[in-house]
Design a protein around this ligand. Structure first.
Ligand code: FAD
Length: 421
């Protein structure tokens, strides 16, 4: 693959994340002479962190309409790119290149090896096979554009010229991976409107410090409901995680946007239902059945809860750990049910860009052609990935946005140069 000193290309792709790699590989596969420019010394730094190092490549939702519904009102924008290169084509792309995949609960697609490195290796091989030139450790400083057309990208020393340019610099979240939002500024300078970038899918800091005592505990089948002024606002069922500062994990991340909106209006209470499969009546019957012998309460609780939560729940239920089961009162049982069905926490704030999984906002969709990813303002500029004002929930949606838009941008950046030649 090798690093390049060349200065003239058909297509220059800026940003070596999943979207940029897909766009570069695709344009080169179609015959273009392509350079991929990345400021880190290696490609796909963020990709390696995805899915807790396992990389949730995509979402096995093969109905395009259903897929885009999950992206909210703006989702329609993706329909065209998705119909050409959607989850099915993505899985085929990786499988054909030797990466076996598997689908887990929630239709989440992962590499069978559970290793994000294997996903990146397939992508690097794709670039190598199609002779994409790499320019690594190369921080782009901006563009030379004239009369609605880019002539070259400015490097610290010199510049690179190309017929088409694909901007894939990502969002602003996890800036230590290189995603520092540079592309937004260049797009703005070239006349694009940028919808305010904001952290999305972010962990939540809580007022309560007791979360520290249970940090690292992951709960698989729980319900979380949001309340404001005693009114239920939203809820999710699935997996969550306690951290040293609050809460994280898929269902918390998916609720984080809503929590942020609600916080602007006042206090937000989260209630965790640790026993969502049992309604209050059924749970009460089970407890009445169980509270018969003279075992200590503390010896019984692990049958009901993960060990790490036992002390905490006993404290909230105000039942002494040494109390005999058969002496627990109806009032105490009621409190215990309250703690089990509605463990209460107060949201303080979302942790922001430093730990947000994605950035919402970005280049305004109205100014990008949804079939080709081409800018409606700069004739030889294309966009792909998180830089576009489009984001989805957890579950592989965000990487699929990268694969679909990267594929469309690469295909059409090449078409554009074929039309010129
Ligand atoms: C911890 C974590 C876990 C995640 N897990 C998942 C998951 O399992 N599934 C999923 O679907 N999504 C996941 N995501 C989201 C997903 O990783 C992103 O949506 C995706 O990486 C965006 O890809 P991109 O190519 O648009 O941008 P990025 O991956 O952000 O890549 C942009 C690249 O551009 C480069 N760049 C920026 N500025 C310049 C410049 N001035 N000059 C040159 N290069 C520059 C950056 O260094 C970077 O390498 C996760 C995100 C995080 C942070």
């Amino acid at each position: 693959m090798g690093e390049t000193q060349e200065k003239f290309f058909d297509v220059a792709v800026i940003g070596g994340g999943p979207a940029g790699i897909m766009a570069a590989g695709r344009a080169a596969e179609l015959g273009a002479k392509v350079v991929l420019i990345e400021k880190n010394r290696s490609l796909g730094k963020k990709l390696l962190m995805t899915g807790g190092g396992r990389c949730n490549i995509s979402q096995a939702e093969f109905n395009d309409k259903k897929f885009v519904e999950k992206l909210g009102k703006k989702g329609q924008f993706l329909l065209s790119a998705l119909s050409v290169f959607g989850p099915e084509e993505t899985v085929k792309f990786f499988e054909e290149k030797g990466l076996r995949t598997k689908t887990e609960r929630g239709k989440r697609i992962f590499p069978a090896s559970d290793n994000a490195r294997d996903v990146l290796d397939v992508l690097l091989e794709y670039l190598k096979k199609n002779k994409v030139k790499l320019s690594l450790g190369q921080e782009i400083a901006g563009f030379n554009a004239k009369k609605g057309k880019i002539e070259s990208v400015k490097l610290k020393n010199g510049e690179i010229s190309a017929r088409s340019f694909v901007l894939c610099t990502g969002g602003k979240s996890y800036p230590k991976t290189g995603s520092t939002g540079d592309g937004y500024e260049w797009a703005r300078e070239m006349g694009h409107k940028i919808i305010n970038p904001a952290p999305a899918l972010a962990p939540i800091e809580t007022e309560e410090n007791w979360v520290k005592d249970v940090q690292g505990l992951s709960l698989k089948n729980v319900g979380v409901a949001l309340f404001q002024n005693n009114k239920k606002q939203d809820s999710r069922f699935g997996e969550m995680l306690f951290t040293h500062f609050g809460l994280s994990g898929p269902i918390i991340l998916d609720l984080s946007k809503k929590i942020g909106e609600l916080l602007a209006a006042g206090e937000v209470i989260l209630k965790i239902d640790l026993k969502p499969a049992l309604d209050i009546l059924t749970l009460d019957k089970r407890l009445q059945r169980d509270f018969k012998g003279n075992r200590n309460f503390k010896n019984y609780l692990p049958e009901l809860l993960p060990q790490k939560l036992c002390d905490l729940v006993a404290r909230f239920a105000e039942i002494s750990p040494d109390k005999k089961l058969n002496s627990i009162t109806k009032e105490e049982r009621k409190k215990l049910i309250g703690a089990l069905k509605g463990l209460k926490l107060t949201a303080k704030r979302s942790v922001g860009f430093s730990r947000a999984i994605v950035t919402s906002g970005g280049v305004d969709l109205k100014e990008i052609d949804s079939k080709t990813m081409r800018s409606k303002i700069i004739s030889n500029l294309f966009f792909a990935g998180e830089i576009i004002d489009l984001d989805g929930p957890t579950g592989g949606y965000n990487l699929q946005i990268c694969w679909s838009t990267g594929h469309a941008a690469g295909t059409n950046a090449n078409r554009q140069i074929s039309a010129i030649v």
